[in-house]
Design a protein around this ligand. Structure first.
Ligand SMILES: Cc1ncc(COP(=O)(O)O)c(C=O)c1O
Length: 406
């Protein structure tokens, strides 16, 4: 061993989120339950490939005119246009005025990274404010891109809801021009979103201070079941004519996780600026991954450009969102039925893939040890990993954790 040139490389810790699955895979118990990773599962606990996705793939395979040439640096042009339309709305003036540049990237993560690298090179303010808490990868992505990361208050553990006054105070004291990362909907990990009125107040504050919004949209359509409703926050900011960035992922809403399909859009004040911004985005992308993969983006473009397939997608998407919403209700009912101490109404109030249970690290460890239930140590559970069959087991575990593992 000692003769390896890498002998001094130390063992790195598992990723806090993906590591949950590693531990789950090692568990031999027949009742084990993985509520760690944010991927949709059917009532039978199986991964789901949407019918409309299968159909689009079949069409692509059957089309003999298709080749495997490289895409341009910015990706598939149709995909980019349709992605912008999906997130900003079909009648968005920003799109009509050619003020938006959209580039295809490697899912949500890659879009965030490309956006952040662009900002680190070309934007005068290098500090990005991220919510506390947020998706664990955010600080790493932004730091490695060359931005300096600070946080703003977001979640209030005492109400298990939004710390709105803390949020306003922290953004209010951020230096003017600072970048602010906002979850467009279905905030991860808390499942707590601002109301429309609160979004409007956030917008006014941010615009008055010249703070630059960077939206992370990983769950459009997945939160409420409605693609337009879940894009409302972004559209509110775009409607005022100001600038912003948006990172889109098709991992959850089209179930294309491993295809790595996403887009970064930058909304600018003028078409001329947008063109120059795009030219610089190419310089970020070219040495990073040269150009994005063709298959997943072709699936998305096929679905988005065909009226019937789009409708079929929205129906399948709503079914996924509805199943998650019904899991919330079932878990809440099961805890009420057991008389589990505490107020569990946040389970039905929170939105999106995750419930931030409020369970502490000890309680999480207890549930893993005694009930073979796996989740991140902050008490976040993926509602998509639950089914009517597994809700009673989870409710028993939470009840036992709350009553015996303080
Ligand atoms: C808030 C948030 N942003 C971005 C992502 C990125 O996901 P992906 O890179 O798979 O699109 C996720 C995935 O869990 C997420 O929860």
């Amino acid at each position: 061993m000692s003769d390896s040139v890498f002998a001094s490389v130390v063992q790195a810790p598992e990723d806090p989120i993906l590591g949950v699955t590693v531990a789950y895979n090692k568990d031999q118990s027949p009742v084990k339950l993985n509520l760690g990773v944010g991927a949709y599962r059917t009532e039978e606990g199986k991964p789901l490939v949407l019918n409309v996705v299968r159909k689009a793939e079949q069409m692509l395979v059957n089309d003999q005119s298709r080749v495997k040439e490289y895409l341009p640096i910015t990706g598939l042009a149709d995909f980019n246009k349709l992605s912008a339309k999906l997130i900003f709305g079909a009648n968005s003036p920003a799109i009509q005025e050619n003020r938006v540049t959209t580039v295809q990237c490697l899912s949500g993560t890659g879009s965030l990274r490309v956006g952040a690298e662009f900002l680190a090179r070309h934007y005068h303010e290098k500090t990005i404010y991220i919510p506390q808490p947020t998706w664990g990868n955010h600080p790493k992505v932004f730091t490695l891109a060359g931005l300096s990361v600070k946080s703003y208050r977001y979640y209030d553990p005492s109400t298990r809801g939004l710390d709105f006054s803390g949020l306003l105070e922290d953004l209010g004291s951020a230096p003017s021009g600072a970048i602010v990362l906002l979850h467009a909907c279905a905030h991860n990990p808390t499942g707590v979103d601002p109301t429309s009125d609160q979004w409007e107040q956030i917008r006014q504050l941010m615009r008055s201070k010249g703070l630059l919004p960077f939206f992370d949209s990983a769950y459009q359509g997945f939160a409420s079941g409605n693609l337009d409703a879940d894009a409302e926050s972004i559209r509110l900011f775009v409607a005022d004519g100001g600038e912003c960035l948006a990172a889109q992922s098709y991992a959850k809403n089209m179930g294309l996780y491993g295809e790595r399909v996403g887009a970064l859009s930058i909304v600018c004040k003028t078409a001329d600026v947008a063109t120059r911004v795009e030219s610089q985005l190419k310089l970020v992308i070219r040495p990073m991954f040269s150009n994005p993969p063709i298959h997943g983006a072709s699936i998305v473009a096929t679905i988005l450009k065909d009226g019937d397939m789009y409708t079929e997608w929205s129906v399948e998407l709503k079914a996924m969102a509805d199943r998650i919403i019904s899991m919330r209700q079932q878990l809440y009912d099961a805890l009420c039925a057991r008389g589990t101490p505490g107020d569990w109404s946040h389970i039905i109030k929170q939105i999106g893939m995750f419930t931030f249970t409020g369970l502490n690290t000890n309680q999480v460890a207890f549930m893993t040890k005694e009930y073979h239930i796996y989740m991140t140590s902050d008490g976040r559970i993926s509602m998509a990993g639950l089914s009517s069959k597994t809700v009673p087991h989870l409710a028993d575990a939470i009840h036992a954790a709350v009553t015996s593992a303080a």
